[in-house]
Design a protein around this ligand. Structure first.
Ligand SMILES: Cc1cc2nc3c(=O)[nH]c(=O)nc-3n(C[C@H](O)[C@H](O)[C@H](O)COP(=O)(O)O)c2cc1C
Length: 400
């Protein structure tokens, strides 16, 4: 793939592996990319601006305060770029980004950047294993930053272990893949629901379920990374680079899905929506005194999935999820038919270490011709891509 017209920022931090960036920049420029470099002040201890401006044929940025420009540089650089690649990413800068700190030009541009950010960390192996640094890495991944993990080998500090910057070709391939990925679902509008609804009984109590929303959020992230226009209707309060509508109850979710559905190409409902809600909401806390029992009368909630599938056009696709603890495939097939779905994704919540609240899942996708496709137990993030690839018939693409 040519990188012609692609604007890429290479952010460089104060790490010994920064000398390897020159080779990466050379490869990017050779393939047509317009590369701009931002250095942290500490990176200047390791690599010179002269080398970088010669390789990129562009000025190199480092100073946060530049009185010659009317528009702050951290905003204009962030606005005018397709992809940000931080290489090498030091433990220090990773920590700052994960905590929203913007104390130099590089961290300020990252904070103002609304497109994809790839980080290639490199550091001493003990630093890499440090639990705070690992927490920061995990936090960044959860917020859709792509991490190209360091490799194992001899380190410049004399240690041997994991911490060496990933191979330059690996980083280059990840950059190319990022642009290719963005084209897979470009132009598609995907509406996704996630989480478990909460049906209030009184101001302190509700009827809920164990759904964490992780599977739906993973699918929304994957769809966004494939370039789709994503709207996530979620009971989990999260910040994402795509549209997120926070809802609590089944009725709120119903209204939101109804409002978005007509413009969506695909609806994927992973949310665990309560089948019933209390008839009455008691505006004051229910007291236990003078009561041996409490009866809460319930009324049926709308079946969001069934209602949307009933009004879908020939161009729209509706995908349901079904979490069952027994006869999983039988129930899934029944739901597929009864609700007139295009696909159902079935998972067995009775199995340990997967499904509800877990980071892992094992699912079977069944299409409307009853064809079954089983996906082995794996991280929900990985499964999300496989589910989308199956639904959208995306062949020969490995996220790698
Ligand atoms: C010779 C030398 C090599 C270093 N290499 C690394 C490294 O590979 N990774 C890292 O995270 N920190 C490394 N450091 C420490 C960073 O330079 C230090 O944490 C600095 O504050 C990073 O600043 P920055 O993140 O603003 O660029 C190194 C320091 C020295 C003196």
């Amino acid at each position: 793939m040519s990188l012609k017209n692609k604007k890429i920022i290479i952010g460089i931090t104060g790490g010994i592996a920064s000398y390897k960036v020159c080779e990466l920049i050379r490869l990017l420029v050779k393939n047509g990319a317009d590369v701009r470099v931002i250095l942290t002040p500490n990176a200047k201890e390791f690599i010179t601006e002269t080398t970088l401006s010669t390789l990129t044929k562009n000025p190199v940025y480092c100073e946060q305060f530049n009185p010659k420009e009317w528009k702050p540089e951290h905003i204009s650089l962030a606005d005018d770029t397709d992809l940000f690649v931080l290489v090498p990413a030091s433990a220090n800068t990773i920590g700052k980004i994960a905590n929203g700190i913007c104390d130099n030009l590089l961290t300020s541009v990252v904070a103002a950047f609304s497109k994809d950010i790839i980080l290639a960390p490199a550091m001493n192996c003990n630093m890499w294993e440090n639990s705070f640094i690992q927490q920061n890495i995990k936090k960044l991944e959860q917020h859709n930053y792509q991490i190209i993990r360091p490799e194992s080998g001899n380190l410049a500090c004399g240690y041997e272990g994991v911490g060496r910057l990933a191979d330059v070709q690996t980083i280059f391939d990840a950059i190319v893949k990022n642009f290719e990925k963005k084209k897979l679902l470009s132009g598609k509008k995907i509406l996704i629901t996630a989480g478990g609804t909460k049906e209030p009984i009184d101001p302190v109590r509700y009827i809920g379920n164990h759904s964490s929303g992780k599977m739906g959020i993973a699918i929304a992230d994957a769809a966004y990374n494939y370039g789709a226009d994503v709207a996530l209707v979620s009971t989990v309060d999260i910040n994402k680079p795509y549209s997120v509508v926070k809802t609590n109850t089944a009725l709120e979710m119903y209204e939101s899905v109804k409002g978005h559905f007509s413009s969506a190409d695909v609806l994927i409902m992973t949310a665990a929506v309560a089948d019933f809600r209390p008839v009455d909401f008691c505006k004051n806390k229910i007291k236990k005194e003078k009561k041996d029992a409490l009866v809460v009368e319930l009324v049926k909630n709308p079946d969001i999935l069934k209602e949307m599938a009933a009004i879908k056009t020939l161009q729209q696709t509706v995908v349901g999820f079904c979490a069952e603890s027994e006869n999983v495939t039988d129930y899934a097939l029944k739901k597929l038919d009864e609700k007139n779905l295009d696909f159902i994704v079935a998972n067995d919540i009775s199995l340990p270490d997967r499904g509800f609240n877990s980071d892992y899942n094992e699912v079977t996708i069944i299409d409307k011709n009853k064809k079954q496709y089983k996906l082995a137990k794996q991280a929900k993030q990985e499964l999300a891509y496989l589910i989308l690839r199956y639904i959208f018939k995306i062949k020969d693409f490995d996220n790698g």
